[in-house]
Design a protein around this ligand. Structure first.
Ligand code: HEM
Length: 433
């Protein structure tokens, strides 16, 4: 079979088959990953197959992670989600046999490579970090949650446009802060992510499993889910000339509709394929319900105001999220030249430019996807802890001749739009630009 050149994926030997589907969903991504990953119906870590069926319900991180990844290669997920050595020592007893075929992913995690070296240093540093920073995050999240509900109630009672916009913005910040929690073991805070029509399980797939593990590659759902409306892959086969310019016009609409489209796609997929709706999808209705119970508004008016709040939240979420770290012509995207050292951690560094203007405030970091590079490398760590890791992060980057790049928000917005226009691949890898 002849594979067109543009389908050569830089981090895997296969073009992900989910990209051939007409409707792209998080669960569809997992289904096709099971076909592509050479895991022979089991769980694959490096070149070994394991059967964790009896461990699913005992997994301290919650059953979701293992249940959903059966039949896939979990090498990167497994390494990035555990800092202690205990999980690695546990897997031996679940070993079945060696895999028949080679791993399809070409990223590496060698013991003396960048990621494993940094991870060892982070593991040693963690016991010395003040846990108060973690409870600060909890307090910020709780304050945001309460303010969101108070503001939606005041909005319904006083019918003010300003309050509607404020409610939408607070909802957006609550959702982003909730993202701090869904990368970890199951906890109540992660469900507050669902308040804006999104779903924590869907995002654990599209964000934690897909985007975090394979950012800016064909495997990254946070690229493919926005296509063809917004397309950041610098490739004329994926991004047509018309779309490059139309994307500028339709961008505000896409931003405002993202949350609504997320739930509509899940409903569509549930009707056409497999049900992926959960009891916690109902949590989003607590917002219109509080408006209805605490004001004299009719049900119709409450629903109208709620939709407006959701659209404001969606717009703010995209302004923050899509201009946070990953899109600029200097950032690695699928098709660009990649550095020779295929270390997974270095790949993360090359696909990110951090936000420099957030660093001074834990509130801003938590609500604006700050400290993004460290968060990608260690997703289960609280955002409050990450600043403490910079000295060892810089030291390790220097040793491996890599660099953490930083922009302010304005530079990111500019860069993201230049990336929407870019169709020529970078010929030099990010480290050598
Ligand atoms: C799909 C692969 C996996 C994912 C995404 C995953 C995810 C997680 C998460 C999110 C946590 C909680 C971390 C925290 O809140 O700090 C966790 C903890 C844990 N997991 Fe997993 N896990 C996976 C596979 C496994 C496997 C295969 C084992 C062992 C057989 C395992 C053993 C443990 C243990 C012992 C803990 C608690 C101690 C620790 O955090 O190191 N996990 N896991």
């Amino acid at each position: 079979m002849v594979i067109e050149d543009w389908k050569n994926c830089c981090i895997s030997k296969k073009f992900p088959s989910y990209r051939n589907s007409r409707v792209i969903t998080a669960f569809g991504w997992l289904v096709s990953k099971r076909e592509d990953d050479e895991a022979e119906g089991l769980w694959r870590i490096r070149d070994t197959l394991y059967d964790f069926t009896n461990f699913i319900d005992k997994h301290p991180g919650g059953s979701f992670w293992l249940k959903e990844t059966k039949g896939t290669d979990i090498t990167e997920l497994f390494e990035a989600h555990h800092l202690s050595n205990m999980p690695a020592s546990l897997i031996e007893s679940y070993k079945v046999r060696d895999a028949i075929n080679e791993r399809i992913y070409t990223l590496t995690m060698h013991e003396n490579g960048f990621y494993k070296t940094l991870k060892r240093r982070v593991r040693d540093k963690l016991p010395t970090i003040d846990v108060k920073r973690k409870s600060n995050s909890d307090n910020i999240h709780l304050a945001l949650l309460l303010s969101t509900f108070l503001t939606v109630v005041f909005t319904a009672r006083w019918n003010s446009l300003l309050l509607l916009v404020l409610a939408g913005t607070l909802l957006c910040w609550t959702v982003i802060a909730a993202h701090n929690y869904f990368h970890r073991r199951d906890n109540w805070r992660m469900y507050t992510f669902n308040l804006a029509m999104l779903n924590v399980c869907g995002w654990r797939i599209s964000h934690a499993m897909s985007h975090h593990m394979y950012p800016n590659s064909y495997w990254d759902l946070e690229l493919s889910m926005f296509e063809p409306f917004l397309c950041w892959i610098p490739n004329e086969h994926v991004k047509t000339l018309t779309l490059r310019y139309i994307s500028f016009l339709i961008e505000p609409l896409v931003y405002a509709m993202t949350f609504l489209l997320d739930i509509l796609t899940r409903i569509f997929y549930s009707i056409r394929c497999t049900n992926i709706m959960y009891w916690h999808d109902l949590l989003t209705f607590t917002i219109p319900l509080s408006m209805y119970l605490c004001s004299d508004l009719t049900l119709f008016m409450c629903l109208r105001q709620w939709l407006f709040i959701i659209m404001v939240a969606s717009f703010a979420f995209c302004v923050i999220g899509l201009n946070a770290a990953h899109h600029d012509p200097k950032i690695y995207h699928e098709g660009d030249a990649i550095r020779d050292d295929r270390d997974w951690g270095l790949f993360q560094v090359d696909t990110i430019i951090d936000r420099v203007d957030l660093k001074s405030s834990q509130f801003l970091v938590l609500t604006h996807f700050g400290d993004h590079c460290l968060h990608h490398l260690f997703p289960t760590l609280d955002h409050g802890i990450l600043p403490e890791l910079y000295p060892i992060f810089y030291e390790t980057l220097d040793e491996f001749k890599a660099q953490l790049r930083e922009y302010n928000h304005f530079q990111h917005i500019l860069g993201q739009h230049r990336q929407l226009l870019r169709v020529k691949s970078n010929l030099k890898p990010p480290g050598l630009m």
